[in-house]
Design a protein around this ligand. Structure first.
Ligand code: PGA
Length: 268
């Protein structure tokens, strides 16, 4: 894993946006894997800024989101479709017909929907760069602890902790879905590059377990240790429980020299 530790939330967002800028400039028809949650909001603000000043053009890009609530209407303001439109898609020139979420609306069969989502990702050539947050419990997407490391897009029951963490997004007495469709861990591991962002002290323990714990379904993010190209972008608080911080800071300086010569991505 390439661990990058920066000062604060804003620097995490700016740094992540630079990776996406470089990818799209190198591969205009890149396939992006996108995430919802509070962490990527700042990244999306940076992407919108870059688009507005002409540094980014999304005209030929495709996107696949990690997850969506099960049985939710796409027009509901709680849907992740709404989140993505509001925070990103409405402000850039991406073709919304090429933005996909793993939906399963009322009456649809989750198994069939999951298989169709996997097939669509393959049909588009696979995900070039998957953006991830991480749950305080180590989840990625809605792959909660004990999810199979070989899982694919499917329906998943959310944990009490995740429901509590996300309850801030729902008004009192408003229905909060307890089920979601999510890309699986194997789906995420298929991406050519993965960029995981985490900020805040409440993520520090999950980050330590992900980076230096055993690869185990109890921390789904630890499966990323088995991926060839993972960038972990952290603010100081999220990195605070990591051993070897000095090494990561030094390695980042060295990597910077190499990427100035060869670029951030070598696979395209
Ligand atoms: P957050 O969620 O960005 O809202 O902290 C991350 C996640 O649960 O994956």
């Amino acid at each position: 894993m390439q661990i990058i530790i920066v000062d604060n939330v804003q620097h995490v967002a700016e740094n992540a946006a630079d990776w996406i800028e470089e990818l799209i400039n190198k591969k205009p028809n890149a396939v992006l894997g996108l995430a919802t949650g509070s962490t990527p909001i700042y990244l999306y603000q940076e992407l919108v800024k870059k688009y507005k000043i002409g540094k980014l053009n999304f005209a030929n890009t495709t996107s696949f989101n990690l997850d969506e609530y099960f049985g939710i209407d796409a027009h509901s303001i709680q849907s992740y479709r709404h989140f993505m439109n509001k925070n990103l898609f409405d402000h850039i020139n991406i073709d919304k017909a090429k933005t996909f979420l793993p939906t399963c609306e009322q009456g649809e069969n989750p198994r069939k929907q999951g298989l169709a989502y996997e097939a669509k990702i393959k049909h588009c050539g696979g995900i070039d760069l998957q953006i991830l947050g991480i749950g305080a419990n180590g989840h990625i997407g809605f792959n909660e602890p004990t999810s199979s490391l070989a899982s694919r897009t499917r329906i998943k029951t959310l944990t009490k902790q995740t429901l509590k963490d996300n309850s801030r997004l729902f008004k009192e007495n408003e229905f909060q879905p307890t089920l979601a469709m999510t890309m699986g861990i194997a789906t995420i591991l298929d991406a050519k590059y993965v960029l995981l962002m985490a900020t805040g002290e409440h993520k520090a323990k999950a980050i330590k377990t992900m980076v230096t714990g055993a690869v185990s379904a109890i921390c789904p993010a630890s499966a990323l240790q088995m991926h060839e190209n993972v960038i972990v972008l952290l603010d100081k608080a999220a990195a605070s429980e990591l051993d070897n911080q000095e090494y990561y800071l030094w390695a980042d300086k060295e990597n910077h020299k190499i990427s100035q010569q060869f670029g951030l991505f070598h696979k395209f």
